[in-house]
Structure formats: C-alpha cells, structure tokens
Design a protein around this ligand. Structure first.
Ligand code: UDP
Ligand code: MG
Length: 316
C-alpha cells in the first residue's frame, strides 16, 4: 500500500543531529500516524556528506523499512537534495524539513492537518526566530522574503523556512520543472491554488554549523530574482529610459543657459564626475545582471542533470 505521508529530509554533514532527529521524528510518527490509518515513509537524501551521516542513515534504513536513503554521488545543495527525495516520494502529503532540528518534527501534524483542509502548499512561519542566527543570516533572509514576495506575488511571511507541506500534485508539478536554479518554496507557489501559512516553533541549530555561507546565500538570492521574474531586466530598460530623458533635459537646459548667459562658463567638472560615477556604476550593475541571466541560460542549455543518484537504500 502506498504511504499517506512522505517526510523529506536533506542531509549534509549532520552526523551529530541524525540520532536526535530520528528519535524525535519516529516518536511523532508513532504517535500521530500510527498504522494502519496513515502509513508514512521518510526519505533522507545524503547530499554527499563527508562525515558519518550516510552510515548512520543506512543503519536506520536497515532496521526500518519505511525509511529510504537516496545517496548522491557528491554535494549538490539543499534544494537539489530535496528534489532527489521528491523523485522517490509516494505519499499523498509531502513534508520537508531540515535535519538540524531547527524545525521541530513535532509541528508536522499541524502542517499535515492544513493539507487535509485542502491547501496545496502549507508554509511554516518561524516564530521567535533565534537571534543566534546572526544578523548576517537574518538580514539576508529578510531580503529574500521581501524580494520573493514581490517577484512571486504571493504574500507569505517566511519563505526561508523549509518546514513545509505540499500536496502530491504540487510535488509532481515541481518534478516536471527541469530548471537548475529552483528555489522550492517559490516554485511550489507557482503551482498551487490554495496556499497558507501556519506558525511553527523555531529552535537553534542543535549541533554542527550552518551549511550556508555568504556566497551560497547571495547565489540563492540571484536564483530567486532571475528564475521567477524578468522584472530586473525590465527595470534596466526603465532606468535607461529615465537616464536618457534626464540627459536630454540637461542638454536642453544647457543650451537655454548658453543663450541667456552668453559670457558665463559652466563650472561643473565635479558634478560631471559625480554623474559619471553614478552612471558607470549603474552600467556595471546592469552588465552584472545581464551576465547573471546569460550565465543561467548557459547552464540551462548545457542541460546537465541537477544531481546524480548513486544508490537508493531501503530494506526489503
Ligand atoms: N543541506 C544539504 N546540502 C547542502 C547544504 C545543506 O542537504 O549543500 C541540508 C542540511 O543538512 C540541512 C538543511 O539542508 O538539513 C538546511 O541547512 P542549514 O541548516 O545549514 O541551513 P540554514 O538553517 O543555515 O539555512
Ligand atoms: Mg539550519
């Protein structure tokens, strides 16, 4: 029989967290999704961990047939890892969460209940965001949230929270998307009719360190900006048009000034420099942005697989 609920967890160097995670998760499953009513499965993706994570996961899978471990041949990133697991899910309801226990497994039933009510996508909205998430980490995610709200047009409070539930149809639709740079929460929304959020608790990372450095975050932000809208490109044209208009007005102004004060000189070297720097800067931003799109087009046309599965482990 196909399971009712599929839990998806990406794992990258989480050896310290796996035992506690599995302890709490299996507890929640036993309590809320006891057989025969609502069979469940858990799919871990080992995203090329260099520590004992894979061994620990395989140990769990050996004794618990409802656990599947998708082994990647190297590290492809959190969102690819989630996709790798999505390809294996069989449940009607799919829940994703992080392995570091920042997303309490105890919240899962709440999300599942919302999907039961008929929502396609249920996002977690982290309450009491840990300030240990240093502000270098919270400010970018505030930015991510703001930009995502704008570009996707769906008003959620928290796109960064990966404790989320999806109906199977939405997961299937996401699996059809072959683009490389996909930010799952935003992608999901583009296939969902009814979207909601539920407040969820948020804890400090139980152990280990965040796998997101500054660059990974910047990259994620560019993914978002460029894969969900052409707005930045359109803004470039608008900006160019306005600048040209301004330049023309300035020209007309200067000509008029010349006629009114035939003997006056325009003393404007410094303002000229200011203008110059401003526009040169603007141009570089524009080039960078264009390059960003072109780079992504290049990656798409190469059409490499998003990840390589080495093996799927599951007990018979
Ligand atoms: N992760 C992954 N591959 C990566 C980076 C992260 O599978 O390349 C997993 C990681 O093991 C964790 C989740 O994605 O389960 C979120 O990572 P992390 O906690 O480091 O992100 P943060 O909470 O700092 O946003
Ligand atoms: Mg985390």
């Amino acid at each position: 029989m196909d399971p009712y609920l599929s839990i998806v967890i990406p794992i990258y160097n989480e050896e310290e967290n796996i035992p506690a995670l599995w302890g709490r998760l299996s507890g929640v499953m036993a309590e809320h999704f006891a057989e025969p009513g609502k069979p469940w499965e858990v799919i871990f993706t080992d995203d090329g961990s260099r520590d004992r994570s894979l061994a620990l996961l395989m140990e769990i899978a050996r004794t618990e047939p409802r656990v599947k471990v998708v082994e990647f041949n190297r590290n492809y990133g959190q969102h690819s890892a989630i996709f790798g697991a999505f390809a294996e899910v069989r449940g009607r309801v799919v829940v994703t969460l992080d392995a570091d226990l920042q997303n309490p497994p105890e919240e899962i039933p709440k999300l599942v209940a919302k999907v039961e009510e008929g929502y396609d996508v249920v996002g977690g909205w982290r309450q009491g965001r840990q300030q240990n998430d240093s502000f270098l980490r919270t400010i970018p995610s505030k930015l991510v949230n703001a930009v995502t709200r704008k570009t996707t047009g769906v008003k959620l409070h928290d796109y960064g929270c990966m404790l989320r539930a999806y109906s199977r149809e939405v997961v299937n639709a996401m699996l059809l998307c072959k683009e490389r740079s996909s930010f799952i929460p935003a992608l999901a929304n583009s296939f969902a009719k009814r979207i909601t959020e539920v407040p969820v608790a948020h804890a400090e990372r139980a152990a280990g360190t965040s796998k997101y450095g500054f660059w990974k975050l910047i990259n994620l932000q560019f993914d978002l900006l460029t894969s969900f809208s052409l707005l930045p490109l359109q803004m470039l044209s608008v900006f160019g048009f306005l600048t040209a208009l301004l330049g023309f007005a300035l020209f007309v102004g200067l000509v008029v000034y010349r006629f009114l004060h035939p003997e006056g000189t325009v003393d404007g070297v410094f303002s000229l420099f200011a203008l110059l720097f401003f526009f040169v800067g603007g141009q570089f931003i524009a080039f960078g942005l264009l390059g960003e799109y072109i780079g992504r087009i290049y990656q798409e046309v190469r059409d490499r697989p998003r990840y390589m599965v080495k093996k799927v482990h599951q007990a018979e």
